[in-house]
Design a protein around this ligand. Structure first.
Ligand code: ADP
Length: 230
C-alpha cells in the first residue's frame, strides 16, 4: 500500500496548502487525483514521492512509515517510487544525453552495469529511437524529453508510480504513447499509480478510480455540523 494519512503540507508552516488529506493506493491500483490548478495536487504528489516533507501526518510505503525525506529517505523507499513531473526540462540535467539521463538512477545506486541493456529496453518501450538517445535535452522536443523522463522513472522497477500532470504539455499522440507505456509497465510489474491531473477525461480513461481533490480536504464546518434539532 501507498498510504497518505492525515497529511498537512505547504511551504509555510503557518498557512499550509492543505490540511488533513488522506489517500490510499493499493498495489496494482491506478488512482487519479483530479483538481483545479493551484489547489495543492503537485505538493501532495511531491510528498507522496518523498520529495517534500509534510508538516503533519504520515506517508507509509509497503508498511514502512517514512521518517526521512529527499536524500534522507531510506534508499529502498526512494527507489520503490518512480516519479514523472509536468515539465521535463526542470527535472532533466541539460548536460546528459537522453541515454545517460535514463540510466542516471542506476548509476546513483551502484548498478551502472545494467545501464545499456535496461536503457535500450526502456527506450523501445517509450518510443525513443537510437539517434534520439545520443542527443541532449536542448536537442529534443518536450515530448521526446518526457519520454526519456518516464523511462528514467521506470529504470529501477518501482512498485509505485507518481505521475504529476505528466502529459499536460503534450499532444494527444504523445499522451497516448506515454499512458500506454505506463500501463504496459504496470501490467508486467503490478505497480500502483497515483496520476495527478486537472483533466477528468484523461483520468477516467486511465485510472481504476478518480478522486476529486475537494473530497479529500476537510469539509468546511458548516457542511459537517449537525442540523439543529436533529
Ligand atoms: P496544483 O498542483 O494543484 O496546481 P500546487 O501544489 O502546485 O498546486 O500549488 C499549491 C499552492 O502552493 C499554490 O498556491 C502555489 O502557489 C503554492 N506553491 C507551490 N509551490 C511552491 C513553492 N515552491 N513555494 C511556495 N509556494 C508554492
Amino acid at each position: 500500500m501507498l498510504e497518505l494519512a492525515s497529511l498537512t503540507a505547504g511551504y509555510d508552516r503557518h498557512t499550509p496548502v492543505f490540511r488533513d488529506v488522506s489517500l490510499t493506493v493499493a498495489p496494482g491500483e491506478a488512482v487519479g487525483l483530479l483538481g483545479p490548478s493551484g489547489c495543492g495536487k503537485s505538493t501532495l504528489a511531491r510528498v507522496a514521492a518523498l520529495l517534500h516533507r509534510p508538516d503533519g501526518g504520515d506517508v507509509t510505503v509497503d508498511g514502512r512509515t517514512v521518517r526521512g525525506w529527499r536524500h534522507r529517505a531510506p534508499r529502498e523507499l526512494r527507489t520503490a517510487i518512480g516519479v514523472v513531473f509536468q515539465q521535463p526540462r526542470l527535472s532533466a540535467d541539460p548536460r546528459l544525453t537522453l541515454r545517460d539521463l535514463i540510466a542516471e538512477p542506476l548509476r546513483a545506486t551502484g548498478r551502472r552495469a545494467e545501464g545499456p541493456a535496461r536503457t535500450a529496453e526502456l527506450a523501445h518501450r517509450v518510443g525513443l529511437t537510437d539517434d534520439l538517445l545520443s542527443r541532449r535535452p536542448h536537442e529534443v522536443s518536450d515530448g521526446q524529453l518526457q519520454r526519456a523522463c518516464l523511462a528514467r522513472a521506470l529504470v529501477l522497477r518501482p512498485r509505485w508510480l507518481v505521475c504529476d500532470e505528466m502529459t499536460a504539455m503534450l499532444d494527444a499522440s504523445t499522451t497516448a504513447a506515454l499512458v500506454a507505456a505506463v500501463e504496459e509497465y504496470r501490467d508486467e510489474h503490478g505497480a500502483g499509480l497515483l496520476a495527478v491531473s486537472h483533466d477528468r477525461v484523461l483520468l477516467d480513461r486511465w485510472c481504476d478510480r478518480t478522486v476529486h481533490w475537494a473530497s479529500l480536504t476537510r469539509a468546511p464546518a458548516f457542511a459537517t455540523a449537525p442540523m439543529k434539532g436533529s
